[in-house]
Design a protein around this ligand. Sequence first.
Ligand SMILES: Cc1ncc(COP(=O)(O)O)c(C=O)c1O
Length: 462
Amino acid sequence: MTVLPNSPHARDIATVIHPYTNLVKHEEQGPLIIEKGDGIYVEDTEGNRYIEGLAGLWCTSLGFNNERLVEAAARQMRKLPYYHAFFHRGSTPSIELAERLIAMAPAPMSKVWFANSGSEANDHMVKFVWYYNNARGKPEKKKIIARQGGYHGICVSSGSLTGMAAMHTGFDLPIQNILHTGSPHYYHHGAEGESEEDFAARRADELERTILAEGPETVAGFIAEPIMGAGGAITPPKGYFQKIQAVLEKYDVLMIADEVICGFHRTGGVFGCDTYGIRPDIVVVAKQLSSAYLPISAVVLNEKVYGPIRDFSNENGVLATGFTYSGHPVPAAVAIETLNIYDEMDIASHVARVAPVMQERLHALADHPIVGETRGAGLIGAAELVRNKETRENFDPSVAGYCNDRCLDHGLILRATAGTSVAVCPPLIIEEDEVHRLFDRFKLALDDTWDHVNRERLLAAE
Ligand SMILES: Cc1ncc(COP(=O)(O)O)c(C=O)c1O
């Protein structure tokens, strides 16, 4: 792209620090600036239109022009644009939203804590787990086990939970008391001849050995995304969560479900926990909670965890933690309207109808010469790009990046995840014909990528 002087691109380069971006490359190539959107489409400042096949960052479930959400925000803005939840204060939208979340949660839950992003919610989840064990007179029981390849955000403790080296490098993470156990990625980590169930048993065994080696009296919680999103839309191997939960129960270790991507019908069930039979003590939600129209997240706690926290706050005089925007009435009102829309349009039935079409188109890509595995559930999935289908060796990450760029050329936004796969996670409102359009474009980008790797091979052979 030629960056013209005084264009939004030049002004962006001059002023904005972008998340998860190579800042030097960014100055050379400039940003893609999205100006507007409608339905599953977005349009950039040059007038190019794209299918947003990743729903932004796995979040705009209701697409890009839902008037009801705009109205819900405006109505609440006019009535009460802000109030806080400190010192026994509150506002009605957060109360109604908490009731709704407790009613729909995948296991009996007691109380809801509001924050503004998934990272903040996970950070606070860690504080609650620590406070809970201090409350129980178990000050040693503080370690939280996450998984390699998992993503839980970027704050100091949520960034530590994230099991990706790139998120730690240079930031002095992970902090102490955070550990990582093996990834559930069967395609890459399953041993020769090992069934999915046996792989799941091996991972559960590994978790148990870690807990025993650390000392069960020091291990407080285990956190997992039902489907690992940013790690590459990794679905759990058969029986995985049942085996993992049996270990957790044995050692009094809390099950924490990070539903930031999976929550609200993404995987077919209302929550990923419903899809995979997980019984969490704590659930963390964000993103599709408000269709991402305004930032809001929540930590939902069961009574087992909340009870000691309540009593300990009394002993300490106060639960001395909170955000200016915890329970902000405007995003809470938008979240309530989002949940209303999900109910009224019967989004569960919509996903049940469209997801098989998407999964069929996704799995058909497994025959493509550079696709080693396709995986997914509901309206999320990924294609794993490999140089050799036999050995399952991935290309270097530039190839997934190349495919990502070719998607753009074909009017499609997807995401290269973990440097090895390309993920699909469209707005939940996507219709069948749009799913076909999305995958027709994805196939063209894969063909371009196949041509590209062949050209590179020829050049290397010369
Ligand atoms: C599973 C999961 N947890 C937490 C987060 C962090 O959320 P946020 O980016 O809102 O801080 C993300 C973000 O993608 C996520 O995918």
